[in-house]
Design a protein around this ligand. Structure first.
Ligand SMILES: *Cc1c(COP(=O)(O)O)cnc(C)c1O
Length: 386
């Protein structure tokens, strides 16, 4: 956990933010410090690192980069996105209440309901487009508001500034899962969030080769508490994964630019397709939260969900099985295009009724549009959709 400089513009920050050549030999990329421990000259006489759960120079390089690109002061890198969330919930005590978006990532939902509820933490899942509804859920036990935006997989957009104002008024901690948007498209700390969380497994890493999580904050006391939990619980990002994630971040801006371009082309193609019933993408002017998306995001990303005509489980399965350039797989945000079936894959841990209430019906297909030639992607969709 370390502080980051703030001067550079975003595209430069992805490459240089918080980075300096390695002290030993001037290596431009931080070496993979594949070590658990560090020699001491006298008890306590170390060079800033004593044990790799508490700190590792490769992880520090990544944490500095994370802080820089999210325009925060402190970054913390974890073993996975969920372990980063786990650390945030461990700030709470039994009896504390959390208000969360209702169509969030299935694994986040599972962590809240099936792990933390039994420790006496109470979770409320609501549509966060409605400030009155959020207000109604706030009571003296409420401690945290957890928001994912755009939401997974329904692409709803939550007004971060408005929720932040409400959270501040009631002295609540406000965390935003920024996995889908990335700081290229949206910087929640600038919009009033206290904590930004990432599954760096997705766009930040960008190459589907690591599982890593991140938290970024501005407040020193909050950073200290999270660092205490990170070290005490120990779900840290390893040096090899830290290196790969850092390498990924250096091209985040060019990848995101292409994800957005390809995403827009494919969203429009699907919307105009006679065999498609409905397309969810925040860039459409008739998307219910388009104005908020436009005001708080620099683009609309490459995540798209859609429902084929017919609208049955079988209709969706037929399409995803036929895809050849798109790979049917969990996850998102890599250079390669992926297709997912939320009801049976990423969101299977959410009970069917609850899932369908938030729109995740059996026929829904989710695309993570990669950075291939968009013509190849469209040809692939065309042969699969027919
Ligand atoms: C994948 C994902 C997570 C969980 O992150 P892991 O790195 O898989 O632990 C959390 N939130 C969102 C939005 C995700 O897509």
């Amino acid at each position: 956990m370390t502080m980051a400089k703030k001067e550079l513009k975003f595209n430069s920050k992805t490459i240089h933010g918080g980075q300096r050549p390695d002290k030993a030999y001037g290596a431009v990329m931080p070496p993979i410090y594949q070590t658990s421990t560090y020699a001491q000259s006298t008890p306590g006489g170390h060079q800033g690192f004593e044990y790799s759960r508490s700190g590792n120079p490769t992880r520090t390089a990544l944490e500095n980069s994370l802080a820089s690109i999210e325009n925060g002061r402190y970054g913390l890198a974890f073993a996975s996105g969920l372990s980063a969330m786990d650390a945030v919930i461990k700030l709470l005590n039994p009896g504390d209440e959390v208000i969360s978006t209702n169509d969030l990532y299935g694994g986040s939902y599972r962590l809240f309901r099936q792990v933390f509820e039994k420790y006496g933490i109470v979770f409320h899942f609501i549509g966060m487009q409605d400030m009155v509804a959020i207000n109604e859920k706030i009571n003296e036990n409420t401690k945290l508001v957890w928001v994912e935006t755009p939401t997974n997989p329904m692409m709803n957009v939550v007004d971060i500034k408005a929720v932040s104002a409400l959270a501040k008024k009631h002295d609540l901690l406000f965390a935003v899962d920024n996995t889908f948007a990335t700081p290229y498209l949206q910087q929640p700390l600038n919009l009033g969030a206290d904590i930004v969380m990432h599954s760096a497994t997705k766009y930040l890493g960008g190459h589907s080769d690591v599982v890593v999580g991140a938290l970024i904050v501005n407040d020193k006391e909050l950073a200290d508490k999270l660092y205490f939990i990170q070290n005490a619980s120990g779900a840290v990002c390893g040096p090899m994964d830290g290196f790969l994630t850092l390498r990924g971040i250096k091209t985040l801006h060019v990848r995101m630019q292409r994800h957005c371009e390809n995403g827009e082309t494919i969203a429009k193609y699907l919307k105009g397709h006679p065999n498609i019933e409905k397309v969810y993408w925040p860039g459409f002017e008739d998307h219910p939260n388009h104005d908020i998306a436009k005001s708080q995001m620099n683009g609309f990303g490459g995540m798209i969900s859609f429902i084929p005509k017919g609208g049955t489980f079988e209709d969706a399965v037929k399409i995803v099985e036929k895809l050849e350039v798109f790979t049917l797989a969990e996850s998102l945000g890599g250079v390669e295009s992926l297709a997912g079936h939320p009801a049976s894959m990423t969101h299977a841990s959410i009970p069917k009724e609850e899932r369908e209430n938030s729109g995740v019906v059996d026929a829904l297909i989710r695309l993570s549009v990669g950075i291939e030639d968009v013509d190849d992607l469209i040809a692939d969709l065309e042969q699969a959709i027919g």
